[in-house]
Design a binder for this molecule. Sequence first.
Ligand code: KIV
Length: 262
Amino acid sequence: MNINQLIQLKTENKKLSMLTCYDYTSAKIINQSNVDMILVGDSAAMVMHGHTSTLPIDIETMALHVAAVVRGAPDKFIVADLPFMSYRKSLSDNMIAVETLMKVGAHAVKLEGLNGNEELIRHIVDSGVPVMGHLGLTPQSVNTLGGYRVQGKEYKTKIKIITDAKKLQEVGCFSVVLECLPSTLAKQITKALEIITIGIGAGNDTDGQVLVIQDMLGMSSDFKPKFVRRYLDAEQLFLKAFNAYDAEVKSAEFPNQQESYS
Ligand code: KIV
């Protein structure tokens, strides 16, 4: 999958699927699936490293995750998140962050918000790197937003999000993630834009959807926002397997003769 094929799918009114992924083994499985795109999200900070927000992850850690996913999923279009503050410094420092992710094999970078990023986005795009924007609930701004909640409910914020989406298109983004928006707003933005919209908690009228892999696999029973659909109860399946292993080790049923060397 490449950027032209993705754009072609949008032109044909076909929906696009995207999943987050952070490791080689999961990437290998996604590579065998029909999923169109992978996002190596900074959500890795939370789901892979146990932080309470996406803020602590740095560019070096993101690059390790991206490199592992690239090795596992050579056939997928891979977008890498620029982590918190890595693109809010000098132009040369910002470009070093972009370069770090692209040199380990990402096909595009994603960054959150518009304000103050316009020139940088133009520069990244002019340097041959596709950029995905991210509007609505932008988790790197959780401290400004006052929590993880639906955005664009009030008239003023709604207008700002629409204006920002148009501006992201104007400065060269090929796509934009719309996170936690009322469906009607996400629909309005999708209609107003030519670029690909990818929704998460933004209803069914965006061009595509993204979910965090741990959420859709049901790996954590204590986290189930309204917009997540669980396609597996992995937590229970894992627990069952771990306890079966434990029981068979303790009863000396594992390993048996076939599982041992003579
Ligand atoms: O980091 C991430 O997983 C994301 C998605 C929620 C869009 O940015």
